[in-house]
Unconditional design. Sequence first.
Length: 305
Amino acid sequence: MSRLRANLLLSVIALIWGSAFVAQSHAMADTGPMLFTGLRFLIGSAVVLPLAVLEWRRLGREGRPLKAGDGWHIAGLGCLMTLGAALQQIGIQFTSVTNAGFLTAVYVPLVPVLAWVLLGQVAHWSLWPAAIGCLVGAFLLSGAHELSIGVGDLWVLASAVPWALHVLMVGRWADRMGAPFLVASGQFAVCGGLSLIAAFVTEPVQQAHVGAAAWSIVYTGVMSVGIAFTAQVVAQRYAHAADAAIILSSETLFAAGFGYWLLGERLSSVGLIGCGLMLACVLLVQLMPLVGTLRRRQILTSPSN
């Protein structure tokens, strides 16, 4: 898969995730955040399981079975996913879909910083102003400039750290194992299992609650988890982690659009400025590396060379 195709796939993933914020918000009227998270991630694991089994068999035939350390890596991704999803879902109970979508994007500036600190990866220069711009855009949107940030916003902001670590590590470990479907299904199962344990400890779990939120659980389980998160594992084998973070942050734009269309949510003028700033940053990080590539090709193919 080329870098361009990987980036396009990441954009489709962002669209799906943006739409899922509406379903996540609706579900909180009927069920607790941990029960909802556990069920949807177990559904996602089941969706990908047939592909994971085929992949397991292929690796066995090729003499490349997964090692014990690979299992720990998958479990680690599942733990990061559990923490990020739980904090985000708790926050969605107390804030708007639009705010939740945009504030989740605070993980964007963390990814290139963590990639540099932990992995020594030097990102394209455009990533730094784009990451800062995304952070400023989220600041404007959240209402923090008016000192009115709410408790739900703080929960969603806290989810940025585990999401950043997950984006950073998922492509690295999936590429090393050569088993994207096993990684996807495994991390979903870990996340779903841990979330359900937390739900039975901290929340009232009743069948009627699950039935009332059924469509939200199924939609997010199949589309947001089973399809989109799995596609993320595949795409990030061919995309730079920092590039992926910026592109995936466009889920915030889609969340605002779906919130406007389906829930009647509206942005203030300052919020619209923040939205526009984040969109500009997403475009910047996708276009600037391509401009540099085209210039190098022109230099190499010019008659003087």
